[in-house]
Ligand binder design. Structure first.
Ligand code: ARG
Length: 392
């Protein structure tokens, strides 16, 4: 069981996410020295950190250590199929930015650097860690770009996975247009300013309208998705220190959108409508109508991103690159770790090499810690007026 202030994750010891762990720091300095010829001697670096810790109750990583640590956190991300290019992660050290407006502006800049006119670059922006007596800024969004979800009594508009968050930002004064694809505002919390909301400028959010290579009616569905998946809810643990605010992105793999976001029953749930439009026998599972829907939605996603000049991987390509990663890790004398159920794509699994292997599922640090998932911050009202919770 997780106790307060720790994160429990299978395979990961209860990491005291708000406290500094010196033995983890020492391990990290050793790793840094072992993999980087120009890194300082691990023993000397550790003594220096100990002195600083004695004085301040925390120590500072160098920008170079953070760049390496963030890249290794990606290398260690067991749920990510796209780790072959972990060394290419662009790390933006923004530890000095502490006010809500500054944090929001850096997130906008993150999106611009990552989007790069469609030639998506993997980027991580790192904000300060909590310090004794000085909590760091926090982002309340699960990703930098997400669409609002509105649950009515009988109807659902937008992304249901964002319904709680949407109600919460509405309670803080935000109003969306009420469309299926309203981009949510950034919610930044700092100790001095509380929660502040910032709308993302339109030109920082690249989106792709979905069309199908052969089916003209597909455009009438008016589906779209954003170009950059930028997770903002996973604390980054490097060398004994937790960086709670460290949004990072890669590029999309088509199936994330085509086999999950648009079709999962608790997301946009488009399966039945598209099945009917395709003229399939949607009342008979053995007609394999769902399988055929998935193929066409995924073709539409890849086709549309390609046409718009926005980088996206397909699952065949990404699976082959993952096998190259596994190979490279072994050749570097490391054991590749992965969670099978996450790295196998949600379509045509057995047609992909990644499916035909088991992996060591234990968790290594530096790494991204599981976010708690979105919960309304303590003391904030987030109840739906139609669903009064017990005791209210
Ligand atoms: N699956 C998530 C989404 O659809 C994004 C997770 C990260 N994906 C990535 N390609 N880096 O938004």
């Amino acid at each position: 069981m997780a106790t307060e202030g720790t994160h429990h994750h299978p395979g990961l010891p209860d990491v005291p996410i708000h406290s500094v762990d010196l033995s983890e720091a020492e391990d990290f300095f050793r790793l840094h020295a072992a993999e980087n010829p120009h890194a300082p001697d691990a023993g000397e670096r550790f003594s220096q950190a100990l002195i600083e810790f004695g004085r301040r109750g925390i120590f500072s990583h160098t920008a170079e250590e953070l760049e390496f640590g963030a890249r290794v956190a990606w290398r260690n991300a067991n749920r990510c199929i796209g780790r072959l290019y972990w060394r290419s992660l662009v790390v933006r050290d923004r530890r000095h930015v502490r006010d809500a407006e500054g944090v929001a502006a850096e997130c906008v800049e993150h999106l611009r650097v990552a989007t790069n006119g469609g030639r998506i670059r993997p980027v991580l922006t790192l904000f300060a860690p909590d310090q004794p007596g000085r909590p760091a800024p926090r982002l309340r969004n699960s990703q930098l770009v997400r669409y609002a979800g509105y649950l009515g009594l009988e109807s659902v508009v937008g992304d249901p996975s964002q319904a709680d968050f949407t109600r919460w930002v509405e309670s803080l004064g935000w109003t969306g247009k009420g469309s299926d694809f309203d981009v949510l505002p950034l919610a930044v919390e700092t100790p001095d300013e509380g929660v502040q909301l910032f709308d993302l400028p339109d030109d920082a959010v690249l989106e792709v309208e979905l069309t199908h290579p052969e089916l003209p009616w597909f455009a009438d569905l008016e589906l779209r998705w954003h170009a950059v998946p930028a997770i903002s809810s996973m604390p980054l643990r490097i060398g004994g220190i937790t960086y709670p605010t460290a949004p990072f992105n890669g590029w999309y793999m088509g199936t994330e959108i085509g086999s999950r976001n648009l079709v999962d029953p608790d997301r946009y749930a488009k399966m039945p409508e598209i099945g009917r439009r395709l003229g399939l026998d949607v009342d008979n599972d053995r007609s394999l109508w769902k399988d055929r829907v998935l193929v066409e939605v995924n073709r539409a996603v890849l086709h549309s991103f390609d046409r718009a000049g926005v980088k996206i991987a397909d699952h065949h390509q990404e699976s082959a690159m993952f096998m190259a990663f596994v190979d490279k890790e072994r050749r570097a004398g490391r054991v590749p770790h992965a969670e099978w159920s996450w790295v196998v794509p949600p379509m045509s699994g057995s047609a992909l090499p990644v499916y035909h292997q088991y992996y060591d599922e234990s968790v290594e640090l530096p790494g991204f810690l599981p976010g708690a998932g979105w919960t309304p911050p303590a003391g904030e009202p987030a109840g739906c007026p139609h669903h009064v919770s017990s005791g209210a």
